[in-house]
Design a protein around this ligand. Structure first.
Ligand code: ATP
Length: 234
C-alpha cells in the first residue's frame, strides 16, 4: 500500500537521503533500522508530508502523496507517531486523544474509535482526566500512539517508539504495536532497538548514512552479523 521510490531529501544544502526505495504491503509491519543520524526520521517525515525538501516518489494505494500537506496525507489514511511523542502536556489524556480525531469522516465515529484505543491501552482509560505531561514516558508513548490511532489510519508510521523507555514498558508498547497490526493496520516502524523491531516485523530495511544498504525478511536480517555491525558500529 506504500511505495517509496528513489527518495532524496535535504536539510538546506546538506543531503540526508540518497535514492531510498521501500515498500509496505497491506497488513505488513516493516522496520527501518539504522544508527543515529542515518536518516530514519527524515523518511517518515517525508512520507507524512512534514519534510518539504524532497525529490522522488511516494505513493499510498497508487496515489502520489509526496509534497501534499500533512493533513491531506492523513486524509489518505496515514498517521504518524513522531519521535519524542510530542503530546500536549497541559491537556488531559482525553483531550489529546480527541485531537487525533480532527479529520473529517473520523470525527463522527470518534467514540467508537476511542473505545478501541482505550481497550488497547487500559492505562490511558484510568488516566483520562490527568494532564498528559504528568504521565510516565511509557504512558506518553501509549498516548502518542493512541492519538495517531484516533485518525483511524490504514498505515501507521512510528518513529522510534522505544526511545528512553525501560524494558518492561517496551514489552507493553511493542505488544500493542503487534495488536494494532493484527487489527489490520499496516505499520512502518523506525527503530534502533533491532531485536524488538524485527521480532514484530515481516520485513526490514537497514539504512546507513541516508542509503538503504539491505532489505530482507525480518528473520534473515536479525541473524546477519553485518546488520548488527552497521547499527552498533562494532
Ligand atoms: P536518530 O535515530 O538520531 O533520530 P535518524 O536516523 O532518524 O537519527 P535523521 O533525524 O533523519 O536521522 O537525520 C538524518 C540526517 O539529517 C542527520 O545527518 C542529521 O544531522 C540531519 N538533520 C536532521 N534534522 C536536521 C535539521 N533540522 N537541520 C539540519 N540537519 C538535520
Amino acid at each position: 500500500m506504500l511505495e517509496v521510490s528513489e527518495l532524496d531529501a535535504w536539510y538546506g544544502d546538506a543531503r540526508a537521503l540518497w535514492g531510498v526505495s521501500l515498500t509496505v504491503g497491506a497488513g505488513e509491519t516493516v522496520s527501518i533500522i539504522g544508527p543515529n543520524g542515518a536518516g530514519k526520521s527524515t523518511i517518515v517525515a517525508a512520507i507524512a508530508g512534514l519534510h518539504p525538501s524532497v525529490r522522488g516518489q511516494v505513493t499510498v494505494d497508487d496515489e502520489d502523496v509526496l509534497r501534499l500537506p500533512a493533513h491531506r496525507v492523513c486524509a489518505r489514511g496515514v498517521a504518524i507517531v513522531p519521535e519524542g511523542r510530542r503530546v500536549f502536556g497541559s491537556m488531559s489524556v482525553h483531550e489529546n486523544l480527541v485531537l487525533g480525531a480532527y479529520r473529517r469522516g473520523v470525527r463522527e465515529r470518534y467514540r467508537r474509535t476511542m473505545a478501541g484505543v482505550l481497550e488497547l491501552f487500559p492505562r490511558l482509560a484510568a488516566r483520562s482526566a490527568q494532564p498528559a505531561g504528568t504521565l510516565s514516558g511509557g504512558e506518553q508513548q501509549m498516548l502518542a500512539i493512541g492519538r495517531a490511532l484516533m485518525a483511524d489510519p490504514r498505515l501507521l508510521l512510528l518513529d522510534e517508539p522505544s526511545l528512553g523507555l525501560a524494558p518492561v514498558v517496551l514489552d507493553e508498547v511493542f505488544a500493542a504495536i503487534g495488536a494494532i497490526n493484527a487489527r489490520g493496520v499496516s505499520v512502518l516502524l523506525v527503530e534502533q532497538d533491532i531485536d524488538r523491531a524485527l521480532e514484530i516485523s515481516t520485513r526490514g530495511y537497514l539504512l546507513i548514512e541516508g542509503r538503504i544498504v539491505a532489505g530482507a525478511p525480518a528473520a534473515e536480517l536479525r541473524d546477519r552479523e553485518d546488520v548488527r555491525r552497521g547499527i552498533l558500529g562494532l
